[in-house]
Design a protein around this ligand. Structure first.
Ligand code: SAM
Ligand code: SF4
Length: 430
């Protein structure tokens, strides 16, 4: 979502004459868009500001803006600790950035950290999305009302708020006109999307089905979803929607019901398995990825073993796994932390299973021909980069530029993160 937000911030400031600069030594304004989900986020900000300070030590200082969730969570504190920072602007206030830049006065600190999500969505509707990537992001929902005890999102992104249905479709049309062939719908709880108008409720399933009608759009994805919002209408889309990719990122966090309860997750392992079995009954080729938190306060060996069991049962093909990181202001930050070496040991063990699943999945695609949506050339310009239906990175060689198209690639080998192949030359008929 930060990538989407950064692009939208640029779309806004472009209107008052700012351009993106590739030359970091000569910028008038620096915007650092930040994430606060795990530890060290604040320190990274100070480190980056220190780097910029050095670059500009002998010349005019750029306007230094810290945007995003660290700005939201730490606002006055970062302004006080680092006088080089001029403005902090939260994720639900960035639509005000032009006013701030217009009125900017040296030595006057600005703190814009209101939750003004509806006004932000209104402004985004009026400003064209200039993203012209083959695979584009589109925010449909922000914020969270679920208050998992470990998570800062409800405090940094605010309450759940969904964008109007029509606005989203208009923005998708813009992206498709700009060349998007894949759209990923975004939200902190993307499948909680709910927009009510004239006695109708629009859900994510309505968005997915509407987007399916655009012939130039080839693939649709969404992230990040929450198990409690995996409703039957959404599950049904996997039977009917031809553009919805058979890959679901569905965080579970732990395989132990005791830990899920301690986390205030509002779902049990059985609920998760129920969703899993419903989906693979519809399409046995659907694959899953997940998020895991290891070493949550109260996690015992028996709880961790249950997480490992779950990973053995559902062969997640890709996942994020981290040691619990106490976040300021959350309920879990007050709990007694687990011994770090135990958590580390458990994380390494879990990751050995997760990585094995990932490698096995990639190996299973070797010597097969798979559909790849081509996104761009590789940095060295020698090969092409794209993704398969399961969102795996694919690098392949070809003498034809097929950017924006879906091509058949023969996979020759793979590693944990990438598939490598080439386009098979079709024999011409004699
Ligand atoms: N809303 C989604 C859900 O609950 O299923 C997940 C979105 S959350 C913004 C992204 C992920 O960050 C979570 O699934 C969780 O695994 C991880 N995360 C959040 N807070 C964390 C913390 N305090 N320590 C470690 N990981 C954390
Ligand atoms: Fe954070 Fe997701 Fe829980 Fe919301 S549902 S509090 S975003 S982990």
């Amino acid at each position: 979502m930060n990538e989407y937000d950064s692009n939208r911030i640029f779309d806004i400031v472009k209107n008052i004459g700012y351009e993106k600069s590739n030359d970091q030594n000569n910028a008038d304004c620096y915007i650092i868009n930040t994430c606060h989900i795990r530890d060290k986020a604040k320190e990274k900000v100070f480190h980056e500001v220190g780097r910029v300070k050095k670059i500009y030590s002998n010349k005019d200082k750029p306007v230094m803006i810290i945007a995003g969730c660290v700005a939201q969570a730490e606002n006055q504190e970062i302004l006080k600790r680092e006088p080089y920072i001029d403005v902090v602007i939260g994720p639900q206030s960035y639509h005000k950035i032009n006013k701030i830049l217009y009125n900017f006065q040296k030595n006057k600190k600005e703190d814009e950290t209101e939750f003004d999500t509806v006004a932000k969505f209104d402004l985004l509707e009026k400003i064209k999305n200039s993203d012209n990537k083959v695979s584009s992001f589109l925010t449909i929902q922000e914020g969270c009302d679920k208050f998992c005890r470990f998570c800062v999102v409800p405090y940094t992104r605010g309450p759940e708020c969904s964008r109007p249905f029509k606005t989203i479709i208009n923005e998708a049309e813009e992206l498709i006109k700009n060349g998007a062939r894949e759209i990923t719908l975004l939200g902190q709880n993307v499948n909680a999307y709910s927009f009510k108008e004239n006695n109708n409720e629009y859900k994510i399933s309505n968005l997915l089905n509407e987007l399916e009608n655009y012939s130039e759009l080839k693939r649709i994805r969404y992230t990040t979803s929450h198990p409690v919002d995996m409703t039957d209408d959404l599950i049904e889309c996997y039977a009917s929607n031809k553009k919805l990719m058979p890959f679901i990122h569905l965080p579970i966090q732990s395989g132990s019901n005791k830990v899920l309860k301690l986390m205030n997750r509002k779902h049990k392992v059985e609920d998760y398995l129920n969703i899993y079995y419903k989906l693979i009954k519809i399409n046995p080729l659907i694959k899953f990825s997940s998020d895991f938190i290891i070493g949550y306060p109260g996690e015992e060996q028996v709880d961790f073993d249950k997480t490992v069991e779950l990973v053995k049962e559902i062969k997640f093909i890709n996942s994020f796994s981290f040691i619990f990181s106490p976040r300021p202001g959350t309920q879990a930050s007050k709990l007694k932390e687990l011994n770090n070496s135990i958590s580390k040991e458990r994380l390494i063990k879990l990751q050995s299973f997760l990585f094995k699943n990932q490698i096995d999945h990639n190996k299973s695609l070797e010597n097969k021909e798979i559909d790849v949506l081509v996104e761009n050339k590789t940095k060295d310009q020698n090969k092409y980069f794209g993704r398969n239906e399961y969102f795996n990175s694919v690098i392949y060689s070809s003498d034809k530029n097929d950017i924006g198209k879906i091509v058949k690639v023969n996979i020759e080998n793979s590693n944990q993160n990438t598939l490598f192949g080439k386009i098979k030359n079709k024999m011409k008929a004699a």
